[in-house]
Ligand binder design. Structure first.
Ligand code: NAP
Length: 308
């Protein structure tokens, strides 16, 4: 059993920011970040809206800096994936996938969110064979080929821009005519000649036997179906909180899986706090995650100081 003052689950902006505050308060802090510590930022190309950077910064670089900052302050980052949280009061017992157990005076859940899928025919079967949720990771494999991006948010628009640099034709498919993406990004897409938009359309089926060959779209207004030939389909339709593992732990979740927190990042269990995208439905931004992580780090440190 590894004992620590504070165990943080998740090594994205929320977890790292919490750790910075805790470590600087003299709290022994471990971050369990899973096999690929860093969360969704690792899949983001250039970040232009994280305050303090004059020029766009690649997501992996921002995350790498955060991890280095944590380590410099004495935070230990382990690759354990926590699968169980037990205890209705401090100290809490946490179990990792490999069986390692931790005992922590306080816990911060900063587990983030992961890609939402469409759930249409062919999608699951062709994942890794043309169906992807990460243009930054997989885009390279589609160099010189035609691709489709699905979604109307910042991720879809940024993915389309990224892919337009390596693919001759990108079709952006969105289920309505309004977009969640920032106006400046929408404008960039509109001004990119090799990006075409298919609006009021939803994918109905991903085509292909062993690899993607196309996608069938349905126009939601006319019910007309069209086939778009493509080698890759990038699904960018939002994210779901990574909180399945908390079911049965006693930590209260919303119906949509978000961890319920108050304005001071407390969950319903005294000593268990949560921050970042696993708590946020509206403002899923790295800088917001870092902000709520900072709050969680401060309140968790105060809790530890009272209880150790
Ligand atoms: P999002 O903003 O939630 O957008 C998801 C998009 O997918 C929406 O346009 C939605 O359509 C569509 N959608 C959802 N379910 C669908 C379905 N079943 N079929 C077809 N379309 C579906 O998600 P996101 O783009 O991943 O962004 C998540 C958060 O991260 C946002 O807060 C975003 O601003 C942020 N982000 C920021 C940056 C940046 O600032 N550089 C980059 C990436 C992401 P409707 O609009 O009709 O609901």
């Amino acid at each position: 059993m590894i004992k620590t003052d504070l165990l943080i689950i998740g090594a994205g902006p929320a977890g790292c920011s919490a750790a910075v505050y805790a470590a600087r308060s003299g709290i022994k802090t471990i971050i369990a970040g899973g096999a690929m510590p860093g969360g969704q930022l690792l899949q983001t190309n250039d970040i232009e809206n994280y305050a303090g950077f004059i020029n766009p910064v690649p997501g992996f670089e921002l995350m790498d800096n955060m991890h280095k900052q944590c380590k410099r302050l004495g935070v230990e980052i382990v690759s354990d994936e926590i699968v169980k949280l037990e205890g209705s009061q401090t100290p809490f017992t946490l179990t990792a996938a490999g069986g390692t157990q931790y005992q922590a005076t306080a816990v911060i859940i900063a587990a983030g969110a992961s890609a939402r899928w469409l759930g249409v025919e062919g999608e699951e079967r062709l994942k890794g064979h043309g169906v992807s949720a990460c243009a930054t990771c997989d885009g390279f494999f589609f160099k010189g080929k035609e691709v489709v991006v699905v979604g109307g948010g910042n991720t879809a628009f940024e993915d389309a821009l990224f892919l337009s640099q390596i693919c001759p034709k990108v079709t952006l498919v969105h289920r309505r005519e309004g977009f969640r993406a920032d106006a400046v990004t929408v404008e960039k897409v509109r001004n990119t000649p090799n990006i075409t938009m298919q609006l009021n359309c939803v994918p109905e089926q991903v085509l292909g036997d062993t690899a993607v060959t196309g996608v069938i779209l349905r126009n939601v207004k006319t019910q007309e179906k069209i086939e778009i030939p493509c080698a890759g389909i990038f699904v960018a339709v939002g994210a779901v909180p990574q909180t399945e593992w908390l079911k049965g732990s006693g930590v209260a979740l919303e119906d949509n899986g978000l961890v319920k927190v108050d304005a001071r990042q407390h969950t319903n269990i005294d000593g268990v706090f949560a921050a970042g995208d696993c708590t946020e439905s509206e403002f899923r931004q790295a800088v917001v995650a870092a902000g709520s992580g900072a709050k969680a780090g401060i309140v968790a440190s105060a809790f530890v100081n009272l209880h150790r």
